[in-house]
Ligand binder design. Structure first.
Ligand code: NDP
Length: 450
């Protein structure tokens, strides 16, 4: 991989040397640096401030042992992480992921992306991310509680409402946030908004649960309307995953008049030509914590297909990947294009490989990158922080209205930046640049040795 700009080439080579065994992190850095090529042409002075050299290096990376005792009395050991990537524009902010695939590379890629995403929301939040290779699947509530308590016993030393405010992500939902918050409060003897995604009875925000999925649809609607004057109503939509993001994306897409015909989990996908019945999905996923295959057993006419990746062969107008990173490769992107897809917007973080993004952009597909399209979750977390600081709660409608405004604004920031730097409609480049500019400005004002 080589960059036209020598300075960017040097930055990337240093990142590669320092993080040689971290492919996801390198992938994320590469994508962002590529977007800076036209920026450096217009603003060569950025090289002198060293802001790009600094932005690719986390301010702090914490790794820790999490030991806990399972229901059989056996000692288990997992690894915990928190990356505090950039605090130029606000306290570190970003989710916690509990999944066996979690490692330093995954946490750093997520933390890096988070910086730009948070900046795009226009709220004062820096970037961070954390998690563990602990797998909550198949664990009892008591095991999850003991794990969360052990995890927080260490993490509490590094976070705080004005320092670093974690939230949920894959494997960390309302149950885990509750246990984590309870332990933090016990340790610090203070009731503050140190975590977001909290339950409504103890400081959570209305509409936080729905925010990422709803926000994805507000963004997609604006993208379709502004770039091609197309409406979501009547469109066939495929959504991968069946977790928090996928469920509320399905809900809002259906409300907007779209027809969602497929959902998946890591085992396979369901196809329902009549449009997904979300009540059935919520019962299976939110209440029973079951598998998506159950859907086909309960809904007449629905089909289940083993293997999650086949979902991209389902014909659709709009594809919304909402499961996990690198879930669409170049070939799968080409299949979507051949089947007539007009727009792809990322609910998950980095679900499209670089090859897939190239296919979309080269074929004139409207493409909403994760850091813009799925920023609704963290934006609403920012609104939860505001409400906690005020010791006050807004109504669902008030939060939803603010979320909608933020998502529409994010689309336009990215779109305008893509125009300003000569690549109109390339929202990958536009989102990276728009997010970067504010951080770069703050870092420059704050001096170098901060
Ligand atoms: P959940 O844990 O609620 O759900 C994840 C879903 O994806 C599950 O249905 C899971 O299935 C499925 N899945 C995992 N791996 C695959 C795979 N390889 N193929 C198909 N399905 C798969 O997580 P969220 O919905 O919260 O997060 C989903 C994505 O959205 C992540 O990338 C996350 O970082 C991102 N995101 C989430 C935000 C939020 O507010 N929650 C905010 C911004 C981004 P299974 O049960 O089989 O594992």
């Amino acid at each position: 991989m080589s960059f036209k700009n020598q300075y960017l080439q040097g930055v990337y080579e240093t990142v590669c040397k320092r993080n040689a065994n971290e492919p996801e992190f390198l992938q994320a850095v590469r994508e962002v640096l590529e977007s800076f090529e036209p920026v450096l042409e217009k603003k060569p002075e950025l090289a002198k401030t060293g802001v790009i050299d600094r932005i690719v290096e986390p301010e702090r990376f914490i790794q820790f042992r999490v030991s806990w005792v399972d229901d059989k009395g056996n000692v288990q050991v997992n690894r915990g992480y928190r990356v505090q990537f950039n605090s130029a524009i606000g306290p570190y902010k970003g989710g916690l992921r509990f999944h066996p695939s979690v490692n330093a590379s995954v946490i750093k890629f997520l933390g890096f992306e988070q910086c730009f995403k948070n900046s795009l929301t226009s709220l004062p939040m820096g970037g961070g991310k954390g998690g563990s290779d602990f797998d909550p699947k198949g664990k009892s509530d008591a095991e999850v509680m003991r794990f969360c308590q052990s995890f927080m016993t260490e993490l509490a030393k590094h976070i705080g409402p004005d320092t670093d405010v974690p939230a949920g992500d894959i494997g960390v939902g309302a149950r885990e946030i509750g246990y984590l918050f309870g332990q933090y409060k016990r340790l610090q003897n203070e009731f503050t908004g140190v975590l977001t995604g909290k339950g409504l009875s103890y400081g959570g925000s209305l509409a936080r649960k729905e925010a990422t999925g709803y926000g994805l649809l507000y963004f997609t609607k604006e993208m379709l309307q502004c770039m091609k004057n197309i409406d979501i109503a009547g469109k066939t939509i495929v959504i991968s995953g069946s977790g928090n993001v996928a469920i509320y994306a399905t809900q809002k897409a259906t409300e907007m008049g779209g027809k969602v015909v497929a959902l998946s989990d890591s085992n396979g996908y369901v196809y329902d030509k009549n449009g997904i019945n979300l009540d059935v999905v919520k019962q299976i996923k939110e209440v029973e914590r079951g598998r998506i295959s159950e859907y086909a057993k309960r809904v007449p006419g629905a089909e289940y297909h083993e293997g999650c990746r086949g979902i991209w062969s389902v014909k659709c107008d709009i594809a919304l990947p909402c499961a996990t990173q690198n879930e669409i490769n170049g070939e799968e992107a080409q299949t979507l294009v051949n089947n007539g897809v007009i727009a792809v917007a990322e609910g998950a973080n980095m679900p499209s490989t670089p090859e897939a993004i190239e296919v979309f952009l080269n074929n004139g597909i409207m493409f909403g990158p994760a850091k813009a399209a799925n920023a609704g979750g963290v934006a609403t977390s920012g609104l939860e922080m505001s409400q906690n600081s005020m010791r006050y709660s807004w109504t669902f409608e008030e939060v939803d209205e603010k979320l909608k405004g933020i998502m529409i604004n994010i689309f336009h920031s990215a779109y305008n930046a893509s125009k300003e730097f000569g690549q109109e409609g390339n929202l990958v480049m536009g989102a990276n640049v728009a997010g970067f500019m504010k951080i770069a400005d703050a870092m420059t004002w704050q001096g170098i040795a901060y």
